[in-house]
Design a protein around this ligand. Structure first.
Ligand SMILES: *[C@@H]1O[C@H](CO)[C@@H](O)[C@H](O)[C@H]1NC(C)=O
Ligand SMILES: *[C@@H]1O[C@H](CO)[C@@H](O)[C@H](O)[C@H]1NC(C)=O
Length: 321
């Protein structure tokens, strides 16, 4: 067997093991919240005391030591690639992120609020890591009208392999909801979809990286008009939707800055500076409304969201850089 083939085989095996490991964590009853709590900023120095973290490291070490070095780099890619391992990669990201230089948050107590800006007007803010809200930036998008729960349910049921692409490549985030995969989301009862009284509230996010899914979604919106012309756009876009609690507090392990389009419902963002900047920076919250663009450097700001009670929130998110 030549090296390439061997590497590919290892790659597949490691992927299989990590997918299984992730499932084990969820099946053993660990919630996203618990995983997060094990890594709360204040407890950063207590990692070593966390049984969960040790279990994780132990299993990871076992996996790594079973394979040779080139497989090791594949493994690291999986850890860091926001794919298989525990939701949101709390452990790895928390354990490996560099200490922040606090300039991005000093004296910031609000996002910078702009009205629908042109590319030229946005340029000074494009790469600052300071939170920006652009009001009414996306009101003209067809997605404002067409995207809802059923749009995505029909899209996913019409394209072969689309569910599998989320499970295996694109990432699914269930936050506090009791779903294992995107398929569970689309199989909810009508009453739960609509968050009727007595139904368990839900909020999920997932990556769309299947080429046909992405192409179909992009028929309803262009690349945001204010982003720098030369910036790179990945071939994956996230959708977040649901009610009430929204996303739990976390950092993203991504390579670039992110933009988010709030398309339905209004949502409050909560931002917390990293622990090493707590003395000089403040936490704050702000509300975004349908049609607004949100730009937050989610790699350095801890962020969580809550949905305005009684509203259904839907947003699209991607990266640029
Ligand atoms: C932050 O605000 C204080 C008080 O207004 C000011 O003295 C300081 O220079 C500001 N720091 C930065 C980095 O803007
Ligand atoms: C915002 O700007 C874009 C691009 O210039 C434009 O197409 C759109 O109509 C504007 N939206 C509003 C609400 O003014």
């Amino acid at each position: 067997m030549n090296n390439n083939k061997q590497s590919k085989k290892n790659h597949e095996e490691i992927k299989h093991i990590f997918t299984g490991l992730n499932r084990e964590f969820l099946k053993s009853g660990f919630s996203t919240k618990e995983l997060y709590n094990a890594c709360l900023p204040k407890e950063r120095s207590n990692y070593a005391n966390s049984g969960l973290f040790i279990a994780f490291l132990g299993l990871a070490f076992l996996v790594i030591s079973t394979y040779q070095y080139e497989a090791f780099s594949t493994a690291i890619n999986y850890f860091l690639g926001v794919r298989c391992i525990v939701p949101n990669n709390y452990f790895v990201w928390e354990a490996t992120r560099p200490v922040s230089d606090c300039n991005f948050c000093i004296n910031i107590t609000n996002p910078i609020v702009l009205q629908n800006v042109t590319r030229k007007e946005f340029a000074p803010y494009a790469y600052t890591s300071k939170p920006v809200v652009i009001k009414k930036a996306f009101l003209h998008w067809a997605a404002m009208k067409h995207f809802d729960f059923n749009f995505f349910k029909e899209l996913y049921s019409s394209i072969e392999d689309s569910y599998r692409s989320v499970d295996e490549e694109c990432q699914f985030l269930h936050f506090k909801s009791n779903f294992i995969s995107i398929r569970d989301v689309f199989e909810m009862t009508e009453a739960r979809i609509n968050n009727e009284p007595g139904e368990k509230s839900w909020y999920v996010g997932w990556g769309n990286c299947h080429p046909q899914i992405l192409a179909e979604m992009r028929r309803y919106y262009p690349k945001p008009h204010f982003l720098p012309e030369s910036c790179e756009i990945p071939s994956k876009e996230y959708v977040f939707m649901g009610y009430d609690d929204g996303a739990t507090m976390h950092l993203d392990f991504i390579n670039r800055l992110m933009w988010q389009a709030q398309l339905k419902g209004s949502k409050t963002w909560h931002l917390i500076p990293p622990p090493e900047c707590e003395d000089v920076c403040s936490q704050f919250s702000f509300l975004v409304e349908p049609g607004d663009a949100i730009l937050v450097d989610t790699r350095v700001w801890y962020h969580g969201t809550t949905i305005t009670p009684g509203e259904f929130s839907l947003s699209v998110q991607s990266e640029y850089g």
